[in-house]
Design a protein around this ligand. Structure first.
Ligand code: CA2
Length: 150
């Protein structure tokens, strides 16, 4: 039997506060709720779901995904708009990358309008709240299957 494919779902700074603050922007679900949404959206995959407040840790995890994952969903939070280091790490991947945001950054402050991650993402899901993760996971799984990775 082939090995269970692995999906990394990586979350950036402050997303550990999900459900506790600013529900009008980010919704009422907690990050643990989002983990469950991701696991249910990919029942045939092992979902490795993580959050960090540190840019370098996110870079380390993207590098880990090169060898350990067949697809990646990432909500880099504020690093979306600032991190060339993260972009450079993502550029080294040959697995599909799907960018996911709870809110729609394009409809918010001007400083959120540019995404470095969008330069390498096969798809971006934004503005669907926690359910957006379900859409992002399904898209990542589909892309990996299309590319023969899973
Ligand atoms: O909409 C998204 O998912 C964002 O990636 C969230 C980031 C923001 O910087 C991006 O522009 C869009 C912020 C995450 C902060 O998460 C919080 C959650 C609850 C309470 C406070 C912050």
């Amino acid at each position: 039997m082939p090995e269970t494919p692995v999906l990394f779902v990586l979350n950036g700074p402050n997303l550990n506060l999900l459900g506790e603050r600013e529900p009008e922007i980010y919704g009422r679900e907690t990050l643990e709720d989002v983990r469950g949404i991701c696991e249910r959206a990919a029942p045939d995959w092992r979902v490795d779901f993580r959050q960090t407040n540190h840019e370098g840790v996110l870079v380390d995890w993207v590098q880990e995904a090169r060898i350990a994952a067949q697809a990646l969903v990432i909500n880099p939070a504020a690093y979306t708009h600032t991190s060339i280091a993260l972009l450079d790490a993502l550029k080294t991947l040959s697995i599909p990358v799907v960018e996911c945001h709870l809110s729609d950054p394009a409809a918010r402050e001007a400083f959120r309008h540019h995404s470095y991650v969008a330069l390498v993402a096969a798809k971006t899901v934004a503005g669907h709240g926690a359910r957006g993760y379900e859409l992002a996971v399904r898209a990542a799984v589909e892309l990996a299957q299309e590319r023969g990775l899973a």
